[in-house]
Design a protein. Structure first.
Lengths: 570, 267
């Protein structure tokens, strides 16, 4: 079978799995889960066989190999073709077993010890670390490496697990919703899996009702209720009411999932054009038809100004909009329309709770003598303050926010912001960073500027950490307590996936050295071994980020732009 | 700013207490120099800790900007304590005069550095581009190469060497290394005026095509001017410490010797 169409998707020029054959595709089409898909519905330029051929790959796992870890980011879904897997139930496996870096703050002695244990040569690693038994092994597929669990019987004895049998589809919620994997899955026995990347899954979900129903049901069953419960306006509902809200909530996706790939292209465009090109979620002046809740990604809130749009603020996961307009309409006010437009910045998942259900469960609750609650809960306090305070702000006052959104710094939760009117360019921040990180700074004191502000090239610990997508060993991960994105040096294999994915170029590859300063070479190809490095917010330092603490003029801060405005802190 | 005022008031009260104490001792015909000297010694020792704190960034201690404030306030306190200790602006005797020269030098360089650190950051921001100091020589070399390539291309494309001759006579000097040091550090416009003038005077001798190259050359020269400004100002911002720190170390050494002398000959 050969798949050639005149208008095939450009992504198919680089198939997900390069070694998938026609025979493999035929075999996949014969298995019940895929065989049940109605092939004729797919358009000629997007045949099911083409999706299987180009958007999926077959991966083999040995017993103990980890398919993904709890907290990983991934953009693919898995279908078990042969064998069985184990999913680890709560409370899950400790980070050390998963090949993650256990972060522990240095005690006083360890802190003091840094005085004499620092090497003169940067990036020195103890070579013994790499000769010790690392939990990594080469996969059957060329170029693939898996982290594996070393003592499966002990793990099965000590932790609760459930079996995933042949034919099980899993990982679809994280793949479509850009949310962390909810649990760790590993191979209990040898297993063969079909991995479909999100683009392929999206197409199958789009054309096949069976898969769509299955995925949506899973989402409603597993994730929607907990998400609604975490949203402040629904937190007072009991289980039955919450279920009713969930049943009447629409799940919508806007924008491009892989926004980071086109990020640099957007940078060259005029900002006005970019705003106009953004997919519209809600239009200013339109009739409100429900509460919009952001489940993942970012949305721009803007108003019309002259011939363009002025950005007021932005929404991110957990934020919502529209309750105030709906409430006023419900109270009998006429000519109610949306005061702002909401557009997708890159990619956004929206939950739209219908007007009827909001009126029934929210407004009646607010109206039952709890007006104060409405004031507090109709919009998050920061949002409310911004909407009211910045609605009629001069263009100059909102320019910084406009720039932050345009440059996608909204993604950052710990952006390194430097006030150039205070910075004396002494580079003490750089030296302090180097002193706490193997003699090599983890950031570059250079970056994009706006007026007297500069966002330096330092990891921003993004809300949507696209760098974590595709890491084959899960070396780059979020720390569980603080959500800091960190790299486990021991399990990083230097594949550069994270460095290439980071839209802000904030991850650097470095060649590591031994104690005498010689580059450590890969014994197989004799090339220097590379490791990905980035800011870890000095996770193991007692005092916190050395860059911030070392600034003599208080010019450098780590900020979340949703909470920061010029003059608010520095 | 509130903290700075807090430190200033604390320093002022400290000085006042020491002053009153010395007055009381003088009234009973005691030797008050031990009190003022002791206070000065403690202050100088505290000032010297700032450099240690900067180098030990991983130690759990207050942020450096707090230390910097304390260092600045402590520096002024030390100056007043020095006057209280010596009793005069300019002491007698060679040894104490050397000590005074070093102390005044360290203090003045510190004040100068403080003023520069308040003025220059904003000045650098207004230039409009940002440069990492260590990369500046490379950036100037790149601009020079681009300018020379442009001149060669212009000569080749237009069959005219007017612009090339003019470049060799004037702008080549400008592109060789950072220029207009004095003017830049005082925020003058001479470099900007000079670059514009060199482009203006050659314009009338060029045809339309050559003027296109001249425009590109002007952009390169203007960028070079901005980088020069960064280079000189950052040199000063980094360089003043090369005066301040050695003088401060010398003061410490002299103070140490001063203590030994007092120990041996006075007590």
């Amino acid at each position: 079978m050969s798949i050639t169409t005149p208008s095939r998707p450009p992504r198919w020029d680089q198939p997900f799995g390069s070694d998938i054959t026609d025979a493999d595709v035929d075999r996949l089409l014969s298995i019940p889960e895929i065989g049940a898909i109605e092939r004729d519905i797919f358009p000629s330029h997007m045949p099911l066989a083409g999706i299987l051929r180009n958007d999926s790959r077959i991966i083999h796992y040995k017993a103990g190999d980890i398919v993904f870890r709890e907290g990983d980011y991934g953009n693919s879904v898995f279908l078990i073709l042969e064998g069985s897997l184990r999913v680890v139930l709560a409370p899950g496996l400790p980070g050390g077993i998963l090949g993650r870096r256990e972060i522990q703050k240095n005690n006083f002695w360890q802190t003091l010890k840094q005085l004499w244990t620092q090497h003169k040569t940067p990036e020195v690693r103890g070579t013994q670390r790499y000769t010790q038994e690392a939990p990594l092994r080469k996969a059957v597929e060329p170029g693939e490496t898996h982290v594996f669990l070393q003592d499966i019987p002990a793990i099965l004895d000590s932790y609760r697990t459930a079996v995933l049998e042949k034919g099980t589809l899993f990982g679809e919620l994280s793949a479509l919703g850009r949310t962390p994997r909810a649990a760790t899955v590993f191979a209990g026995t040898g297993a063969e899996l079909l991995e479909i990347r999100w683009q392929g899954l999206r197409e199958i979900r789009k054309y096949d009702q069976g898969w769509r129903r299955r995925i949506d049901q899973n989402y409603r069953k597993d994730a929607l209720n907990s998400h609604l419960l975490a949203t402040s306006i629904f937190s007072h509902l009991d289980v039955d009411d919450l279920q009713e809200v969930a049943d009447n909530t629409l799940f919508e996706t806007y924008g491009s999932f892989d926004w980071y790939l086109s990020y640099k292209k957007f940078q060259a465009q005029e900002s006005i054009k970019e705003v106009k090109d953004e997919p519209i979620i809600a239009q200013q002046g339109a009739y409100p038809d429900g509460i919009l809740m952001v489940r993942a990604g970012f949305a721009r809130v803007s108003i019309e100004r002259g011939h363009g749009r002025q950005t007021i603020t932005y929404l991110r996961a957990g934020d919502f909009y529209g309750a105030d307009e709906l409430y006023r309409k419900w109270k009998g006010e006429t000519n109610i329309s949306l005061k702002v437009s909401i557009t997708a910045i890159g990619y956004v998942d929206i939950l739209r709770a219908s007007t009827r259900i909001v009126e029934k469960h929210i407004f009646s609750y607010w109206d039952s003598g709890r007006g104060e609650i409405r004031k507090v809960k109709s919009v998050p306090s920061k949002m409310k303050r911004r909407m009211e305070d910045y609605f009629d702000q001069p263009l100059a006052d909102g320019a910084m926010q406009e720039w932050v959104v345009q440059e996608r710094f909204v993604n950052g939760t710990q952006a390194m912001l430097i006030n150039l009117d205070r910075c004396v360019r002494c580079d003490d921040c750089v030296r302090a960073c180097a002193a706490t990180h193997e003699g090599n700074p983890r950031f570059i004191r250079h970056g994009k500027r706006f007026q007297n502000w500069m966002v330096a090239n330092a990891c921003m610990h993004c809300a949507d950490p696209v760098c974590m997508i595709g890491c084959p060993t899960g070396a780059i991960h979020r720390s569980m307590p603080g959500g800091t994105v960190i790299i486990n040096d021991d399990t990083c294999i230097g594949c550069e996936t994270c460095a290439n994915s980071c839209p802000y170029s904030n991850i650097q590859m470095v060649s590591i050295r031994d104690e005498v300063g010689q580059s450590i070479l890969d014994p197989q190809n004799h090339k220097p071994i590379l490791k990905a490095t980035k800011c870890d917010l000095c996770a193991d330092q007692r005092a916190g980020p050395a860059c911030v603490l070392s600034c003599p003029t208080d010019a450098l801060k780590r900020v979340d732009f949703l909470q920061w405005r010029p003059g608010s802190e520095i | 700013m509130t903290k700075a005022w807090g430190y200033i008031i604390t320093a002022f009260i400290f000085f006042l207490l020491i002053w009153i104490w010395t007055l009381q001792i003088n009234n009973v015909l005691g030797y008050s120099a031990f009190i003022s000297g002791g206070a000065l010694l403690v202050t100088i020792a505290f000032l010297s800790l700032f450099n240690v704190r900067k180098r030990l960034s991983f130690l759990l201690s207050a942020p450096v900007h707090q230390w910097f404030l304390l260092h600045a306030v402590g520096g002024f306190l030390a100056l007043f304590l020095f006057w209280l200790h010596t009793g005069v602006f300019w002491p007698q005797g060679l040894y104490t005069q050397i000590l005074a020269v070093l102390f005044y030098g360290a203090t003045l360089s510190g004040i100068l550095g403080l003023i520069m650190e308040k003025i220059y950051p904003n000045f650098l921001t207004r230039i409009g581009l940002e440069c990492i100091y260590e990369r500046i020589p490379q950036e100037i070399a790149d601009l020079r190469n681009k300018a020379e390539c442009l001149i060669l291309e212009c000569t080749k494309e237009t069959d005219s060497d007017t612009l090339a001759q003019h470049y060799l006579e004037t702008l080549r000097w400008f592109f060789q290394r950072p220029r207009f040091f004095i003017n830049h550090i005082f925020g003058g416009q001479n470099a900007q005026h000079w670059v514009r003038q060199q482009c203006y005077i050659s314009e009338r001798f060029l045809n339309e095509k050559e003027r296109g190259y001249l425009d590109q050359l002007f952009i390169l020269a203007d960028t070079k001017r901005k980088i020069d400004c960064h280079y000189f100002v950052q040199t000063l911002l980094k360089g003043w410490l090369l005066v301040h720190v050695p003088l401060a170390v010398a003061v410490l050494a002299m103070v140490f010797w001063h203590l030994i002398v007092i120990q041996v000959f006075f007590l």
